[in-house]
Design a protein around this ligand. Structure first.
Ligand SMILES: Nc1ncnc2c1ncn2[C@@H]1O[C@H](COP(=O)(O)OP(=O)(O)OP(=O)(O)O)[C@@H](O)[C@H]1O
Ligand SMILES: [Mg+2]
Length: 226
């Protein structure tokens, strides 16, 4: 099986004049194969979001290599990176970042429109995905007219509309109660098979993390097998 993503000795620190240097990633190694679910558990502030932002091309490493299908993404120009984010990668953010002035279906359609699909095709795909997530009756609602769990499912549909190879999920159950958390986890588990997607999720919730095929722990800026 060929590796989708391979991270080698990635280091990252932040420097703020008032706070000094915060060393966050101290040499992270990780690889992800197609159609697998990998979870990384770690306490608040340990660097989980930072790692996902680097993998998703939203932040840069200080040193180390991030390879996507054997190609080092840290060397890509903005245009190549933008295309990668739009077509290969789906991102479910920690605070899902739905656009408040757009309806659920419009939020889901946007990445498909950006990719160049017609409005009609984008609408059809978005409607189908929202239906799969049990939101067929809520497509015209704006985010503030949806519950937290519903917003999270809209964010998942949006992340999947361009059929990415890898879905990055940052604390996908972070703001949800136990019942909704279980629902989201079940969705993630079925996505792997239905959409042939790999999922990398980071969470502080042990019971959710243990649903993955591979479970790692992040501590002291490195990722360890558990
Ligand atoms: N832009 C930044 N400038 C300075 N420090 C930062 C910056 N971004 C993150 N940090 C620091 O880096 C550390 C890791 O942050 P990160 O958001 O990756 O943690 P996390 O594991 O996702 O936490 P949580 O579970 O609370 O979401 C934190 O201590 C944070 O304060
Ligand atoms: Mg975080």
């Amino acid at each position: 099986m060929s590796t989708l993503l391979r991270i080698t000795d990635v280091k990252k620190s932040f420097t703020a004049p008032e706070n000094g240097v915060v060393r966050v990633l101290n040499g992270v190694n990780l690889h992800i194969n197609p159609k697998t679910i990998t979870s990384i558990i770690g306490s608040s502030g340990c660097g989980k979001s930072t790692l996902l932002h680097i993998i998703g091309g939203l932040d840069q490493v200080d040193s180390g290599v991030v390879e996507w299908k054997g190609d080092d993404i840290t060397q890509w120009d903005d245009q190549k990176m933008a295309a990668f984010r739009n077509t290969e990668m789906g991102f479910i953010f920690q605070f899902h970042h739905l656009l408040p002035e757009f309806s659920a279906i419009e939020n889901v359609m946007i990445p498909a429109i950006i990719q160049g699909k017609s409005e009609r095709e984008s609408n059809r795909l978005a409607r189908e995905l929202l239906g799969e997530f049990g939101l067929g009756h809520r497509i015209e609602h704006r985010p503030n007219q949806l519950s937290g769990g519903e917003q999270q499912r809209v964010a998942m549909a949006r992340a999947l509309i361009n059929t990415p190879a890898l879905l990055l999920a940052d604390e996908p159950t972070g703001n949800l109660d136990e019942k909704n958390s279980t629902t989201v986890l079940n969705h993630l588990l079925t996505l792997r098979d239905r959409f042939n997607v790999s999922i990398l999720m980071v969470t502080h919730d042990k019971s959710i993390a243990e649903g993955g095929d591979f479970v790692y722990e992040m501590t002291d800026g490195i990722v360890l097998s558990v």
